[in-house]
Design a protein around this ligand. Structure first.
Ligand code: SAM
Ligand code: DTB
Ligand code: SF4
Length: 338
């Protein structure tokens, strides 16, 4: 082996709960060392992928997800919006591209898309892709035929989260089963569309549930190419927004990112919802632990996200850069004249 050759880690799909618990419990410097070493074997540790979100249809969702402001069952005062037309979506996508995002993620508050709406979503995917952006959508449960059709229009990623361990999941969602989610993921896997699948922590779950979530993700037949780790955004009027439970300690969140990195070495791990409440130091630690993607832009779906300029400043201060679309001038270089 030459000096420049780096050994590629083996991808495992046979993790046991005890092993993951032991990983979580490692002395913090040891866990971070393992995670960062793994990260460097597979990725350039300076690079962060930036995805911008747009809610293309907001609220009035029939599901009862206890964390979500879009459920029709929770009184959050959220303004319901009909499905956007393609032009509205394109305007947002162009703006995201101009600001330096490389992926545009469109989300809808649906249990599953109706045919008429689905056709419109296919048009959105085609139009956004034509701008040169990567496309991602999250529009609920999909059958095999819908997954195939998304593959045919060239959708890059489908986001569908497992959210938590199977045991804790039952406490937060009753209208859709864990198996329903696994079935949608399997339908996507039959196509060329890449899988974006992760979960939410900080919902009052125990460490064993975070272990359980990562076990499910890493033991899928193929690791999701993208793994969003969301920290609960507590929204007033949602069951989880009204309950009081201890906040997840920041170090435990970093441990979760580090374990995801060790268990799914080649997946892009996204530091997702919840960055508004995180210090710069905590985000920097998450990047060191192996997070290499963020949601970029002032809004997630319905809740705020850090200002894009603040994120650019943060990355600059860390000597890090956002990943670029092929042929684009590096944004930081353009702004600093470097
Ligand atoms: N309705 C579709 C579905 O659930 O499949 C797609 C949109 S849904 C809002 C996408 C994901 O956003 C959820 O699976 C959940 O992981 C995340 N999410 C929703 N509300 C959140 C919150 N308050 N804090 C953190 N993540 C949240
Ligand atoms: C994901 O894992 N997180 C995003 C995206 N996939 C669709 C959504 C976060 C939503 C946070 C609450 C909101 O803004 O409504
Ligand atoms: Fe509906 Fe998705 Fe929110 Fe659940 S997470 S209530 S399915 S929009």
């Amino acid at each position: 082996m030459t000096q420049n050759e780096v050994t590629q880690p083996t991808l495992r799909h046979d993790w046991k709960a005890e092993e993951v618990e032991a990983l979580f419990s490692l002395p913090f410097p040891e866990l971070l060392f393992q995670a960062h070493s793994m990260h460097r074997q597979c990725f350039d540790p300076r690079k962060i992928q930036a995805s911008t979100l747009l809610s293309i249809k907001t609220g009035a969702c029939p599901e009862d997800c206890a964390y979500c402001p879009q459920s029709a069952r929770h009184k959050t005062g959220l303004e319901v919006e009909r499905l956007f037309d393609v032009e509205q979506v394109l305007a947002s996508a162009k703006n995201a591209k101009d600001k330096g995002a490389t992926r545009f993620c469109m989300g809808a508050g649906w249990r599953t898309p109706k045919e008429k709406d689905f056709v419109q979503v296919l048009d959105m995917v085609k139009a956004v892709k034509a701008l040169g952006l990567e496309t991602c959508i999250t529009v609920g449960m999909l059958n095999e035929d819908q997954a195939q059709r998304l593959g045919e229009v060239g959708l890059d990623y489908y986001n569908h989260n497992l959210d938590s361990s199977p045991e804790f999941y039952k406490k937060i969602i009753t209208t859709r089963t864990y198996q329903d989610r696994l079935d949608t993921l399997a339908n996507i896997r039959k196509t060329d569309v890449k899988v974006c699948c992760g979960g939410i922590v900080g919902m009052g779950e125990a460490r064993e549930d975070r272990v359980g979530l990562l076990l499910q993700l890493a033991n899928l037949p193929t690791h999701p190419e993208s793994v969003p780790i969301n920290l609960l955004v507590k929204v007033k009027g949602t069951p989880l927004g009204e309950q009081s439970f201890p906040a997840l300690p920041p170090i435990e969140f970093v441990r979760t990112i580090a374990c995801a990195r060790v268990m799914m070495p080649k997946s892009v791990v996204r530091l997702s919802a919840g960055r508004e409440g995180m210090s710069e130091e905590m985000q920097a630690m998450c990047f060191f632990a192996g997070a290499n993607s963020i949601f970029y832009g002032e809004k997630l779906l319905t809740t705020p996200n850090p200002d894009a300029n603040e994120d650019i400043k943060l990355l600059e201060s860390l000597g890090m850069v956002t990943e670029q679309l092929p042929g684009d001038v590096p944004q930081q270089a353009a702004t600093t004249g470097a």
